[in-house]
Design a protein around this ligand. Structure first.
Ligand SMILES: [Zn+2]
Length: 259
């Protein structure tokens, strides 16, 4: 059971344009072309692209993918319903890609980067994690079972190189995804555990004394009507309040306090 670690790129013109996909028409497989680089490292790289300056001497690079996968980790860099820059824009697309994905495949597909080992190979664990992820995207995120390689979309780019060199590996990948989907269909989804889960957000790490203070503060705010939903206090009493929820409450309180 592998966890998707969400580490979204902040919206910026180079790696997260912030536009919704116009439709969910397919899944595009890539490789990182960076021997030994981890999923986390590639995710960090996509985030770093936001720091590029326009107008300086270096050429700006527009690039991102939704997901990076290595042997042990899946890192999500973009929401699955948003556009990334992973499969070209300046050159024409192949006929089959145009027919299935539309005239600009970036805005109708999810892009998946598979990491490679130091010898350039896609490790079998990485392959299996990619199968899990694609099955997940089809079953839970509304993508059809339409799987392309980057090469299959644009024609000119040898990506993922190990599958371009050995096309039977791409066929094996699609078959594995297909048989997993069929197994699920015949067994029924409720009988099988999802092989992908999202990393649960951590609850607040507070001492007993700090929880008591926080609960009392929240109750006072409730009495002053700066908080109107008592559920938050119940959650704090149960020590189930998360960092995001507390941040949300803080924002609401600040806003209501200054009115
Ligand atoms: Zn690619």
């Amino acid at each position: 059971m592998l966890t998707i670690k969400q580490q979204l790129i902040p919206v910026n013109r180079f790696s997260r344009p912030g536009k919704k996909l116009v439709a969910k028409r397919g899944i595009v497989m890539h490789y990182t072309a960076d021997p030994g680089a981890s999923a986390q490292a590639i995710g960090n790289y996509f985030i770093s692209l936001k720091n590029q300056k326009s107008g300086d001497s270096t050429t700006n690079r527009y690039a991102s993918a939704h997901i990076q996968i290595d042997r042990t980790t899946i890192v999500q860099s973009l929401p699955f319903d948003e556009m990334g820059y992973h499969c070209g824009s300046k050159q024409p697309y192949l006929t089959e890609a145009l027919a299935k994905l539309g005239s600009y495949p970036n805005n109708s597909t999810v892009g998946i980067e598979m990491c490679i080992e130091t010898d350039g190979a896609i490790h079998e664990d990485t392959f299996n994690n990619a199968v899990d992820l694609v099955v997940y995207l089809i079953q839970h995120e509304g993508f059809p079972e339409v799987i392309f390689t980057h090469k299959g979309v644009v024609g000119w780019k040898d990506c993922p190189l190990p599958w371009v060199k050995n096309p039977s590996e791409f066929e094996r990948f699609k078959q594995r995804v297909h048989s997993r989907l069929e197994t699920r269909d015949s067994i029924g989804q409720d009988n099988l555990q999802d092989s992908i889960t999202f990393e649960e957000e951590e609850h607040l790490n507070l001492s007993v004394n700090q929880w008591t203070i926080l609960i009392n503060q929240l109750k006072e705010l409730y009495n002053k009507k700066l908080i109107t939903d008592y559920t938050w206090i119940d959650k704090a009493v149960a020590k189930k309040l998360t960092a995001s929820e507390l941040l949300f409450i803080n924002t609401v309180i600040i806003n209501r306090g200054i009115k």
